[in-house]
Ligand binder design. Structure first.
Ligand code: DX5
Ligand code: ZN
Length: 226
């Protein structure tokens, strides 16, 4: 059975990419006690994106140190090759890039068959139309607001129109899938994406780059009150 996410919005998903990789257990437990809702895990293959990170062994090693849901963002070509391994390693949400496979529907179906929440991610230049025949199947869509591959990049403001367009489609079709936004999210950009319709905010630098994780997370959750 796929997990139930907390009802509150927005959900905050710190991205482990900006954590201290020599202290993963400590970092994961620190964001959990600081109020994170999910842990965002960026898997990169050096091919789909020009960077390399980690894979299933690291994910299963940290799985035993936290009860946070694991939100696995696969930036790898032909992600269908590894879906089962990521599910087994402890992923709760799995998203694949529309640009990374010619078999998007099949990848999404496999994720759901594995009992996980299924998402598709779109690079900044990929139009929403690629999801027109798939939207009903999805639990979430991850809108990239930077070019994937690295933390600490600047938010691309044109993506706000895309978030709004996706929100409109969801409302029009009476769907309940969630909108996740990833890249350049901080106290300034969080209110913009929230009012455009974002449900889940991914933040690497704006959480792990701060000394106080709890105040960083609450600043993203309710940006205007801080
Ligand atoms: C980028 C990753 C992001 C990254 C975000 O390819 O998908 O999840 O960690 O980092 P910030 O929040 O620093 O832009
Ligand atoms: Zn990501």
């Amino acid at each position: 059975m796929p997990l139930n996410l907390p009802e509150r919005r927005p959900l905050i998903a710190p991205s482990l990419l900006s954590a201290d990789f020599s202290q993963l257990q400590r970092e994961v437990q620190a964001v959990e006690s600081a109020g994170a809702d999910l842990l965002h895990l960026d898997v990169m293959d050096g091919l789909f994106v020009p960077n390399l990170t980690f894979g299933p062994p690291v994910i299963s090693a940290i799985r035993k140190h936290t009860s946070l849901p694991f939100d696995v963002h696969l930036m790898i070509v032909q992600p269908e090759r590894y879906l089962q391994e990521f599910a087994k390693a402890g992923a709760d949400l799995i998203c694949v890039h529309a640009e990374a496979t010619p078999h998007l529907h099949s990848a999404v179906t496999t994720i759901k068959k594995l009992g996980k929440l299924a998402g598709v991610s779109l690079n900044p230049h990929t139009p929403l139309e690629v999801l027109d025949y798939l939207l009903e199947e999805l639990d979430f869509v991850l809108i990239m607001s930077v070019n994937p591959g690295f933390g600490g990049q600047k938010f691309i403001p044109q993506v706000l129109r895309k978030i709004e367009g996706l929100k409109e489609r969801i409302v029009k079709r009476g769907l309940s899938l969630l909108i996740e936004v990833d890249g350049g999210i901080n106290e300034e950009t969080a209110p913009l994406v929230i009012s455009a319709g974002a449900d889940i905010l991914v933040a690497g630098t704006a959480v792990f780059g701060r000394s106080d994780y709890a105040s960083a997370i609450s600043a993203l959750r309710s940006p205007r009150q801080v």
